[in-house]
Ligand binder design. Structure first.
Ligand code: URA
Length: 259
């Protein structure tokens, strides 16, 4: 059996589709407010330039301060490792790789399907109309502001014309969401819509069957609700989502002894 930890780590990277390894440590001033230019990063004495393809940290859409917590730093490192992904054809058509946004130290993660046009333009998840609704849904619970949760998608790149993700795309991208969850270790996951639920739970069941029960993702309680875009089409789903959010809030309060 191979017990060499470095080899094991590199094998995991390979499985995750990682083709570039940024050197350590992460440039110290990377933040959405004050992005580090590649030039600055390369000039930084701690930044080694012998890596295969240097990551341009200034291009990454980072909504958290990677210097604040170890998880934040690891998450940025992971973002840098996968942001040039070309594992499927969406890599060629995307404008931006949409990694995710919010707080890496969150208690709860919201997982959608794939970036749409606005998300592809901005490099951030849920920033279009559905995203505005998602913000309202999150904040209606009364426990979190949008920037206190972590939001991401199953696919990191936009499918052309917002078509449904293909199974091969979900398969190629899935290790990324899995690793994000492993790094963040939220207390709870909310799957938004059937694509997210089916991918995370590895099921072909219907949304109707998957809602109204608790699931488990690698030991983390997972709840399925409607995708916010569905609420923009069907007004009646709003009440259903509100019912789901109350259940999520109650379970969360019980889990964290706030009730
Ligand atoms: N729909 C999604 O599933 N994700 C986004 O980021 C935006 C719209």
């Amino acid at each position: 059996m191979n017990t060499d930890p470095y080899r094991k780590h590199l094998q995991l990277c390979q499985k995750l589709g990682i083709r570039y390894l940024p050197s350590e440590p992460i440039p110290p001033t990377v933040s959405p407010v004050q992005p580090t230019s590649q030039k600055q990063a390369m000039e930084s004495p701690s930044f080694k330039s012998e890596i295969l393809a240097p990551v341009d940290y200034s291009k990454l859409k980072v909504t958290w301060n990677p210097n604040q917590t170890e998880i934040g730093k690891k998450l940025l490192e992971f973002y840098g490792q996968i942001c040039e992904c070309q594992k499927c054809s969406l890599g060629a058509s995307r404008k931006n790789f949409v990694f995710g946004s919010g707080n890496p130290q969150t208690e709860i993660m919201f997982v959608g399907e794939a970036p749409g046009e606005e998300e592809d333009n901005q490099g951030l998840p849920f920033v279009g109309r559905a995203g505005q609704l998602l913000t309202k849904i999150i904040e209606s619970v009364g426990l979190w502001k949008r920037n206190e949760v972590f939001i991401c998608n199953i696919l990191k790149c936009r499918p052309p014309f917002n078509r449904q993700p293909q199974p091969s795309e979900v398969e190629a991208c899935f290790p990324y969401i899995h690793h994000q969850i492993q790094l963040i270790q939220p207390k709870m996951i909310v799957a938004l819509g059937l694509t997210a639920a089916a991918a995370l739970l590895k099921t072909k069941s219907t949304l109707g069957k998957l809602r109204n029960q608790w699931h488990d993702y690698a030991g983390i309680p997972l709840r399925v609700t409607y995708h916010p875009a569905a609420l923009l089409r069907v007004d009646a789903y709003k009440k259903e989502v509100w019912d789901d959010m109350k259940i999520i809030r109650d379970k969360f309060m019980t889990m964290t002894n706030k009730k």
